[in-house]
Design a protein around this ligand. Structure first.
Ligand SMILES: [Zn+2]
Length: 352
């Protein structure tokens, strides 16, 4: 196995989880960052849910606050935010919202050398505390390895009130670590790729934690939602330790990225990844029924119909997944044939 001569790890400075913690954003920012100017990025919908509260909290703490509404997560959105950063010259960038807002803040703050704060309004993916930003250019979505947020403020009250579909999607993104970690181990064995055991164990631990709390998550109990949030944050930390998304993204993610490209109406990231995990578990020879039962329990899709995607695209995505990025997985270098893909999807009852 290869090792890196120098391995630098950037981690969040502080992670705050609790009810109504958004109201403390101002105090935390005041103590963590020098300077008194903050720039808030939020979305048109989440402004009323959490954006406004964060801005009030910053102003109450005596911080001068500007805000920008972000609609998409394209390179153009990133460039627009970079221009505002250069104009306003804030001490930190604060992202209040779901995936898109956090992705844009993560990448633009990284390029401008600014610390960033993540205030997620849902628990639908592991980008909450990860160093990886998913940004779209004209054609497709790309992943950029940046830096994790300096501060994470996860308000359990706000996240619990997000639509059930988003919580179920978050569960799909965490359970994916069962196959992602196996893919990483395979790449280490077959390709000699460097990947540290600590990061892999941490990612796997997150999946096991949510598996053990499936009922509580399904009931949306405080304990269940906290477990999901902590699992998603731990996955982000695992990526920060690994120095790549490797511990958290394997063949099940390649399948989801393929669907994003070819399906006319893709489902949510975690939903697609969850269904991918069922099929990749089968290929890895691990208990795919356990994965399916978990997803069913938390109300996540387990087949093409529930994803709202035609069977044809599921099979097609399986056959092209290995070409999406240079990452060795159980799909190998030549991928699945149409027949093998169809059989896999049928055996795991993803298609009928
Ligand atoms: Zn993911």
């Amino acid at each position: 196995m290869q090792t890196k001569p120098l391995h630098e790890i950037n981690l969040p400075l502080k992670i705050v989880i609790g009810r109504r913690v958004v109201d403390l954003t101002g105090e935390y920012c005041k103590h963590l960052f020098s300077g008194n100017k903050m720039l808030v990025l939020t979305g048109p919908h989440v402004y009323g849910i959490a954006g406004k509260k964060v801005i009030e909290s910053l102003e109450d703490a005596g911080l001068l606050t500007h805000y920008v509404l972000v609609k998409g997560s394209t390179l153009r959105d990133v460039e627009a935010v970079r221009e505002v950063i250069r104009e306003v010259k804030p001490s930190a960038l604060i992202a209040v919202g779901g995936g898109k807002v956090i992705d844009v803040a993560k990448y633009s703050s990284f390029l401008e050398g600014l610390p960033f704060v993540s205030v997620p309004t849902s628990a639908s993916h592991d980008g909450i505390a990860s160093p990886v930003a998913s940004i779209k250019d004209e054609k497709r979505r790309g992943s950029f390895f940046t830096r994790p947020p300096a501060l994470v403020i996860a308000d359990v009250a706000i996240i619990s009130n997000a639509p059930q579909r988003l919580i179920a999607s978050g569960c799909g993104d965490v359970i994916a670590k069962l196959t992602a970690v196996r893919d990483a181990r395979l790449a280490r064995l077959i390709k000699g790729e460097y990947v540290g055991d600590y990061a892999l164990s941490l990612a796997l631990l997150s999946a096991r934690m949510v598996l053990s709390k499936a009922e509580l998550i399904a009931k949306r109990s405080e304990e269940g939602i906290r477990t999901l949030i902590e699992a998603l944050i731990s996955c982000g930390v695992a990526m920060a330790i690994a120095g790549s998304s490797r511990p958290c993204s394997g063949s099940e993610h390649l399948f989801s990225h393929a669907l994003d490209i070819i399906a006319p109406t893709p489902a949510l990231h975690g939903e697609q990844v969850g269904v991918g995990t069922i099929m990749m578990s089968y290929l890895h020879g691990i208990k795919w029924l356990k994965v399916r039962n978990f997803l069913k329990k938390v109300g996540a899709p387990t087949n093409a119909k529930e994803l709202g995607i035609d069977d044809h695209y599921i099979v097609k995505a399986l056959t092209i997944a290995h070409k999406i990025r240079r990452r060795y997985t159980i799909l190998g270098e030549s991928g699945l044939t149409w027949r093998a893909a169809e059989e896999l999807a049928r055996t795991t009852e993803v298609i009928s």
